[in-house]
Design a protein around this ligand. Structure first.
Ligand SMILES: [Zn+2]
Length: 96
């Protein structure tokens, strides 16, 4: 998905991995667009976050995605994180 934040566009890739031994969600976030050669500044690297589902818990895609994003952006500044969450929640409003 592409998030349009007030700091610019970000590309967010979400991958749910679900098999017999693993249930996890991987998220990578980087400035838009996808192709690194098209980023002339080359200053911002990709941010990656992973969340794993406990074997006893139900696999919840929305929850896994949120947690993985949280981990991917945890080292950004408060303002950057806020912009990304605002854009994300605009696309994925919390169910309650
Ligand atoms: Zn991309």
């Amino acid at each position: 998905m592409i998030l349009e934040t007030d700091l610019g566009k970000f590309c967010v890739h979400v991958r749910h991995i679900r098999n017999e031994s693993t249930r996890k969600t991987e998220v990578s976030i980087h400035p838009y667009p996808c192709v690194s050669q098209q980023r002339p500044c080359g200053t911002i690297t990709e941010l990656v976050g992973v969340s794993s589902c406990h074997p006893k818990d139900a696999f919840d895609k929305a929850k896994g995605r949120k947690l993985a994003i949280e981990r991917a952006i945890q080292h950004l500044s408060r303002d950057e994180r806020k912009s990304i969450w605002t854009a994300y929640l605009g696309k994925h409003p919390p169910s309650r």
